[in-house]
Design a protein around this ligand. Structure first.
Ligand SMILES: CC(C)=CC(=O)SCCNC(=O)CCNC(=O)[C@H](O)C(C)(C)COP(=O)(O)OP(=O)(O)OC[C@H]1O[C@@H](n2cnc3c(N)ncnc32)[C@H](O)[C@@H]1OP(=O)(O)O
Length: 257
């Protein structure tokens, strides 16, 4: 697929995807969705890639779903096309994805960042769910994921008032894992992704699966699920290599086997 709305690069074992609709502040239209999903699935299929970073511009990670594209949609179309369901494909990526957010991450932009495995924010980042100001509500997971990230009170505040949260508040609230100077954002995110990509890919994928399961099940079920995954890792050469390397005081050489 040719890509017009994103830029795809590789940095070692890291796939870097930059949203590239600068004139529309990276508003998420159907083309950007299709290109993003295709890029992520390409990186997931590439054995040379261990993790990904999704980023935007200095001004906007993404200023939301494309309002101009969706303004004329009828209820019948929204329902029958299951509008926005295509984003579920993005969340099916099994390799880790870091969102590197500078500037606006509003509406669908905030929701896309939350679909990633964690968010590294520039000190310029601003998060918000302003859909209420347009006469609608979040539709790409905002009411559900934001509530799990920051709790009911703050999620209600964000979704009902449409106000923005700056990077410091987002870090305090648990929405982002760390805040870095804007000039270092992509470098820091790629560095974090490269660190992940150097670990054993099956164990990385299982760690992602285990943490995600915590959002979907009871504690007792989640603990059993984690333990079964943990047991299965003893079938891997990488478990033997990782533990031998520790005992022999050397760096492990993981082969993803
Ligand atoms: C409805 C659901 C389920 C999800 C959503 O995501 S709805 C969208 C939520 N997002 C918003 O409501 C934010 C909309 N944007 C803004 O409020 C402002 O653009 C801003 C505060 C982010 C930045 O303001 P600024 O004055 O710096 O820039 P603008 O001149 O307003 O924007 C530049 C350029 O980008 C177009 N733009 C911005 N956001 C979107 C968007 N979400 N969809 C489509 N287009 C967008 C904006 O119209 C302008 O383009 P033109 O110069 O061609 O008018």
């Amino acid at each position: 697929m040719d890509h017009e709305t994103i830029i795809i690069e590789t940095r070692g074992k890291v796939g870097l995807i930059t949203l590239n609709r600068p004139k529309a502040l990276n508003a998420l239209n159907s083309q950007i969705l299709a290109e993003l999903v295709s890029a992520v699935s390409g990186f997931c299929a590439d054995p040379g890639i261990g993790a990904m970073v999704v980023t935007g511009s200095d001004k906007a990670f993404a200023a939301g779903a494309d309002i101009k594209e969706m303004q004329a949609i009828s209820y019948a179309d929204a329902y029958s096309q299951d509008f926005f369901a295509g984003w579920e494909e993005f969340t099916r990526a099994r390799k880790p994805i870091i969102a590197a957010v500078a500037g606006y991450a509003l509406g669908g932009g905030c929701e896309l960042a939350m679909m990633c495995d964690f968010i590294i924010a520039a000190d310029t980042a601003k998060f918000g769910q302003p859909e209420i100001t347009l006469g609608v509500i979040p539709g790409m997971g905002g009411s559900q994921r934001l509530t799990r990230f920051v709790g009911k009170s703050k999620a209600m505040d964000m979704c009902l008032t449409g106000r923005m949260m700056d990077a410091a508040e987002a870090e305090r609230s648990g929405l982002v894992s760390r805040v870095v100077p804007a000039a270092e954002l992509v470098e820091e995110a790629v560095k974090a992704a490269a660190k992940i990509a150097d670990f054993s890919l099956p164990s990385v994928m299982m760690a992602k699966e285990a943490v995600n399961r915590a959002y979907e099940t009871t504690l007792a079920e989640g603990l059993r699920f984690e333990r079964r995954l943990f047991h299965s890792l003893f079938a891997l050469e990488d478990q033997k290599e990782g533990m031998a390397a520790f005992a022999e005081k050397r760096k492990p050489n993981f082969t993803n086997r």
